[in-house]
Design a protein around this ligand. Structure first.
Ligand SMILES: Nc1ncnc2c1ncn2[C@@H]1O[C@H](COP(=O)(O)OP(=O)(O)OP(=O)(O)O)[C@@H](O)[C@H]1O
Ligand SMILES: [Mg+2]
Length: 249
């Protein structure tokens, strides 16, 4: 199952994605791949792992030595081989980082390969969790094509939910297929959550979970501590666990 976490900038995509990895990893029953597909993301830090080479790095390296590649081995299979090596393995999950897309204006070749690698890799895992970049760009570039569950994280602004609606519309327009799309309201307070849920319903979106403002999340991020190590009973983690249960039912 491929789960993509999207939403506008700064809404908590990386927090939700990393807690989702933790929630699924806790069960000790699944093979999990986390994909960092935001060039500016800090998912590896949130998960407490270090990435040495990204897919972007590999692409650059291979483009540079394209002419001297061993004959008989295509650029593509070389890339696939290197991509496998770029996977960081931990006891609980694996992680791969996409790094930078190609220079401005041209995302095509890179993302074509990227997409295929995601598809190939995904087949080896029970759960793939993608932390996408902010906004809608990842949809038009189709880095998130074959997604089973699209989670759109929103802050408590109405605009956040509108972004969710736009992601849904755009996906339909671009014929990007995902089976389910849900909204996650992050940093909710008692007064905002009722109104936002109602608004979401009005525009035809289902809210799958509400994650409270969590002092520990703020503190861990502030101190640069991996979110994957948050206390077991911290409110945000408990909320994300419930979301994981609904998705993985
Ligand atoms: N539930 C929460 N409780 C407290 N702080 C939170 C919560 N969710 C997110 N934050 C804080 O909000 C900030 C943004 O979160 P995060 O980095 O996950 O957003 P993002 O959507 O991934 O951002 P970007 O678009 O830059 O990738 C972080 O400093 C994080 O600690
Ligand atoms: Mg992020």
């Amino acid at each position: 199952m491929i789960i993509a976490v999207s939403g506008k900038g700064g809404t908590g995509k990386t927090v939700i994605a990393s807690l989702l990895v933790r929630s699924l990893a806790e069960r000790n029953a699944y093979d999990i791949l986390a994909i960092d597909s935001d060039p500016d993301s800090n998912l590896p830090e949130a998960l407490g792992v270090e990435v040495e080479r990204t897919i972007g790095d590999i692409r650059e390296e291979l483009l540079e030595k394209r002419d001297s590649l061993s004959p008989g081995m295509s650029w593509r299979s070389q890339l696939e081989y290197e991509a496998m090596r770029a996977i960081v393995e931990t006891r609980a999950f694996d992680l791969i980082s996409m790094g930078r897309p190609e220079g401005p204006g041209c995302y095509c070749a890179a993302n074509h390969v990227l997409r295929e690698i995601i598809d190939t890799l995904a087949k080896n895992y029970d759960y793939v969790i993608i932390d996408t970049e902010a906004g809608l760009e990842h949809l038009s570039r189709r880095t998130t094509q074959n997604v089973d569950v699209m989670l759109v994280v929103t802050d408590t602004s109405k605009r956040g939910i509108t972004t969710a609606a736009r992601i849904k519309e755009l996906a339909e327009e671009l014929q990007v297929k995902f089976s389910d799309i849900y909204v996650v309201i992050n940093r909710a307070t008692a007064e905002t959550k009722e109104k936002l849920q109602e608004y979401a319903r009005e525009i035809g979106l289902e809210v799958i979970g509400i994650v409270p403002e969590d002092e520990n999340v703020r503190r861990y991020d502030y101190e640069g501590k991996p979110l994957i190590e948050l206390p077991d009973d911290t409110p945000a983690l408990r909320a994300v666990r419930e979301i994981a249960e609904k998705i993985a039912r």
